[in-house]
Write a protein that binds this ligand. Structure first.
Ligand SMILES: [Zn+2]
Length: 213
């Protein structure tokens, strides 16, 4: 569902630029709003969320999908935790649909899906692992890397129930915006994938804007 935000970028309290292949990790306080902007279009922002006060509570795709009765995320979606609490609510979305079924790229999946020689290519799982290794103050470890949301990524479910990675439905400047319902650790890998059309074979940067409560 397309829904535009009333917030103005010039009033944001912080703007973070995340290059393709880089990560963002930080805390968004309860009541604050943040927006991820697909600056050049057709990008995928592979995202994990944790309760900042208890990182064992984390984003759960299964709880989110079950409670809303829909596999796609968009404006109105409540993003739920493994304890079935609402972590965030998507309040604006100019892309229209976001994936949470396709998972993140890893060197292992690149090898299985594409070619043995793709194993050395940079992947989202590596960016997450680097983020938690370089930022131990968040208290996250390898076991916390779980299923994720792929903002802007187009993974339609076929009539037969199959999954396909398709060319993006996003475009330059499209964004998704959320309100945090608890203090949230946001961990984004801005996907460096070069082997499927999820980012148009051309990984590009995203911006993250935060409006404090
Ligand atoms: Zn990726």
């Amino acid at each position: 569902m397309i829904k535009e935000s009333l917030l103005k970028a010039e009033n944001a309290n912080a703007i973070y630029h995340v290059d393709a292949g880089d990560y963002f990790i930080g805390v968004v306080k309860a009541g604050s709003t943040f927006r991820i902007v697909d600056l050049e279009g057709n990008q995928a922002a592979d995202t994990l969320f944790y309760n900042a006060n208890d990182p064992a509570e984390r984003y759960s795709a299964t709880d989110t999908i079950r409670e809303q009765g829909n596999v796609y995320l968009t404006a109105g979606s409540e993003i739920r935790s493994n304890e079935n609490n609402v972590m965030l609510e998507i309040v604006a979305d100019t892309c229209g649909r976001h994936d949470t079924l396709g998972g993140a790229c890893a060197t292992e999946s690149n090898t299985v899906r594409y070619d043995l020689e793709k194993r050395c290519m940079h992947a989202c799982r590596d960016s997450w692992m680097l983020a938690i290794a370089e930022n131990p103050e968040f208290g996250l470890s390898k076991r916390d890397i779980s299923h994720n949301i792929n903002f802007f990524m187009n993974v339609p479910v076929t009539e037969a129930g199959g999954l396909t990675f398709e060319d993006g439905i996003s475009a330059p400047g499209k964004y998704v915006e959320m309100v945090a319902k608890m203090d949230i650790i946001v961990l984004i890998s801005n996907c460096p994938q070069l082997n499927n059309p999820c980012n148009g074979y051309n990984p590009t940067p995203v911006d993250m804007l935060v409006w404090d409560k």
